[in-house]
Design a protein around this ligand. Structure first.
Ligand SMILES: Cc1ncc(C[n+]2csc(CCOP(=O)(O)OP(=O)(O)O)c2C)c(N)n1
Ligand SMILES: [Mg+2]
Length: 301
C-alpha cells in the first residue's frame, strides 16, 4: 500500500466540481441525522486501536459528536477539495485524538475509509498525531497548548482577507492547564477575533486522573468569561445542542466563542467509560470483539 495520499503531495488543487457538501447556507438549520455516521466513526476508532500500535481510544471516543457536528453540519468545507480557499478551518489541538479525526475525515469523504487500515503502519501518514500529509489536516498538532495560538493566526488571516470564514480549535480539558492556552485566550479577546471558536472536550480526565484532582479548572466558564470570551456550555454528545452552539452567529460585541462540551472519556465503551485508563489502549482480538459488540448493542433500539 502506498504511503502517501494522492490528494496532497504537491499536486495543484483543482476547483470543486460542485457546491460543497456542507456550507454556510446550512449553518443554523442543518439537522442531518448523524446516528449512523457517529456509530461508524466509533467502530473505526476501536478497530484502529486493535492494530499493532494501539491508540488513544478514550479521548477519541469523547470527540465523536463534536467532530461529526463540525464536519457534517456546521463547517463550510469541501472534502473533495481540501485546500478550497473559502473553507472553515479545524485544528485538533488535542492531537492525540488523531484517530477520531481520521475516522471523521474518512467518513466525510476526504479519503477512502479503507485507508484507515493503514493507521500505525510504517510509512503511513496516519500516525498517532495528525500531520498535513493527511487530507483535511491543516496543521500538525499533538504538543498540547499550541492549537489556540495557531487558530489566532488563521483568524487574523481571515480578517485580513475580509472573509467570515471561521476557525475551530478543539482542545482537551487537561490541555487547558498549559499556560500558553491562556496567553492565546487573552490575545484572541483583545483582538476581538469573533471568527474564532474554541471547543473544550470537557471529559474531566487527563492521563493521570481527574482534572479536578490534578489541577482543578473550575470555575471554567467564568474563567473564559473573565478573559473576554462568549461561553456556551453543552452536552458534548448531544448533536443538536452542539450544532446550536457551534453555529451561533457572532455577537455584536465581537468576542471569540468557546463551547465547553461536557463529554465522557471512552464514550460508548462501558468497560472503560469515564476512566483514566481509557486514555490509550491496544486492544487484543477478544477486547476488540467485545468493544464492537458493546457499540453494536448500544445502537439497537
Ligand atoms: C506539551 C505536551 N505535554 C504532554 C503531552 C502528553 N499528553 C498527551 S495527552 C495528555 C493528556 C491530555 O489530557 P486532556 O487534554 O484532558 O485530553 P483527553 O482527556 O481529551 O484525552 C498528555 C499530558 C503532550 N502531548 N503535549
Ligand atoms: Mg480530558
Amino acid at each position: 500500500m502506498s504511503s502517501t495520499f494522492a490528494v496532497r503531495g504537491g499536486q495543484a488543487p483543482t476547483a470543486p466540481a460542485a457546491a460543497p457538501a456542507t456550507g454556510a447556507e446550512h449553518r443554523q438549520t442543518d439537522r442531518t441525522d448523524l446516528t449512523e455516521v457517529t456509530a461508524r466513526i466509533r467502530e473505526h476508532v476501536v478497530t484502529m486501536c486493535a492494530g499493532r500500535e494501539g491508540g488513544h481510544v478514550g479521548g477519541s471516543m469523547s470527540l465523536v459528536e463534536i467532530l461529526s457536528v463540525l464536519y457534517f453540519r456546521v463547517m463550510l468545507v469541501d472534502p473533495g477539495f481540501p485546500a478550497w480557499p473559502d473553507r472553515d478551518v479545524l485544528l485538533l489541538s488535542k492531537g492525540h485524538g488523531g484517530i477520531g479525526l481520521y475516522a471523521t475525515l474518512a467518513e466525510a469523504g476526504y479519503f477512502p475509509v479503507e485507508r484507515l487500515a493503514e493507521y500505525g503502519e510504517h510509512g503511513s501518514p496516519l500516525m498517532a498525531h495528525p500531520n498535513t500529509e493527511v487530507p483535511g489536516v491543516e496543521m500538525p498538532t499533538g504538543s498540547l497548548g499550541h492549537g489556540l495560538a495557531l487558530g489566532i493566526g488563521f483568524a487574523l488571516a481571515n480578517r485580513l482577507d475580509d472573509t467570515d470564514r471561521r476557525t475551530f480549535v478543539v482542545m482537551g480539558d487537561g490541555e487547558l492547564q498549559e499556560g500558553s492556552v491562556w496567553e492565546a485566550a487573552s490575545v484572541a479577546a483583545a483582538h476581538r477575533l469573533d471568527g474564532l471558536v474554541a471547543v473544550v472536550d470537557r471529559n474531566g480526565l487527563q492521563i493521570t486522573g481527574a482534572t479536578a484532582e490534578v489541577n482543578d479548572l473550575e470555575p471554567l466558564a467564568d474563567r473564559w468569561r473573565a478573559f473576554g470570551w462568549r461561553v456556551f456550555e453543552v452536552d458534548g454528545h448531544d448533536v443538536d445542542a452542539l450544532t446550536d452552539a457551534l453555529s451561533a452567529a457572532p455577537g455584536q460585541d465581537r468576542r471569540p466563542t468557546v463551547v465547553i462540551a461536557r463529554t465522557v472519556k471512552g464514550k460508548g465503551l462501558p468497560m472503560v467509560e469515564d476512566q483514566a485508563r481509557s486514555h490509550y489502549a491496544k486492544l487484543g482480538g477478544r477486547q476488540h470483539r467485545l468493544a464492537l459488540e458493546a457499540l453494536r448493542k448500544a445502537r439497537r433500539p
